[in-house]
Design a protein around this ligand. Structure first.
Ligand code: ZN
Length: 274
């Protein structure tokens, strides 16, 4: 398996969390990175349209906006509030020039996952008119089962593919993140299925550390853990995926590094392991 092309390297702004969006855009571009996924918090207090232009002026492609979702809630009023926030996210993506929003779909502790998945399906379906009006697509990101209590009741690529099939819309697909999916015995088969559905919209990379000491903020940089990155990329590419390999790392340890050195390390890790 050949190393991934540098032309397909995208970095999420959360990966270098302390940098403002202007800094991330300039430094990523100078390091030869070609794509950026923008987290919504970086847009606070900014003219979103101008920020999108600033990013494109650096020669970067805006790959997606992170994130929408969190559809399930205990009351109809709270579910309506969640939909409003997702409509806002779609408007932000449209203004930014981001073609895609990644969905962390949500879950409610104590509510059966089956009920949460029903609310997620209803929530996504309710957004289809806004997707059609703006051209912005939505990617369901299945999360590792350790987040099934409160962050997502969609925990396997199979479940995400089921939702894509149920919704039957060219605007709805999947974001496959190796951190959440690498352990799944059905992964290769579900990547094939996702490709056939033309629903593989995004591919996120990082690594799984042993031991993992924090459920959220101890992701590894590629090569620091046990995920068979090249094997999974070979499946993704065999399924027809030609998009960016997005480096998305939440790590208290790596955020504490000098972020200029860290960026060099990211590019090297991408060359060596993705
Ligand atoms: Zn991800």
């Amino acid at each position: 398996m050949n190393p991934a092309s540098l032309d397909n390297l995208c970095i999420h702004t959360i990966t270098t969390k302390s940098w403002a969006i202007e800094t991330s855009a300039a430094k990523f571009a100078a390091a030869g990175v070609k794509g950026i996924t923008v987290w919504r918090d970086t847009l606070a207090g900014r003219d979103i349209k101008k920020t999108g232009q600033m990013i494109r002026d650096q020669g970067l492609s805006i790959v997606s906006l992170c994130r929408g979702g969190f559809f399930p809630a205990a009351t109809p009023a709270d579910r309506a509030k969640a939909l409003d926030d997702n409509r806002k996210a779609i408007a932000e993506a449209h203004a930014l020039g981001a073609p895609l929003i990644v969905l962390v779909c949500g879950a409610v502790p104590g509510q059966p996952p089956t009920e949460s998945r029903k609310q997620i399906l209803d929530g996504i379906a309710a957004l289809l008119p806004e997707c059609q009006a703006t051209g912005v697509k939505l990617a369901i990101e299945p999360l590792h089962p350790m987040y099934a209590d409160s962050r997502s009741a969609v925990n396997t690529l199979g479940q995400a593919n089921d939702m894509v099939e149920a919704l039957k819309s060219p605007y709805i697909g999947v974001a496959a993140d190796v951190y959440h999916l690498w352990w799944d015995p059905a992964l290769e088969a579900e990547i094939v299925r996702c490709g056939k559905l033309k629903a593989l919209f995004a591919y996120h990379v990082c690594d799984w550390r042993t031991p993992t000491i924090d459920l959220l903020n101890d992701r590894g940089l590629m090569g620091e853990g046990c995920i068979p990155l090249r094997q999974i990329r070979s499946w993704v590419e065999a399924a027809g995926f030609k998009g960016f390999n997005e480096v998305e790392v939440f790590s208290t340890r790596l955020w504490a590094m000098d972020q200029n050195d860290y960026l060099k390390k990211i590019v090297q890790a991408y060359r060596d392991h993705v």
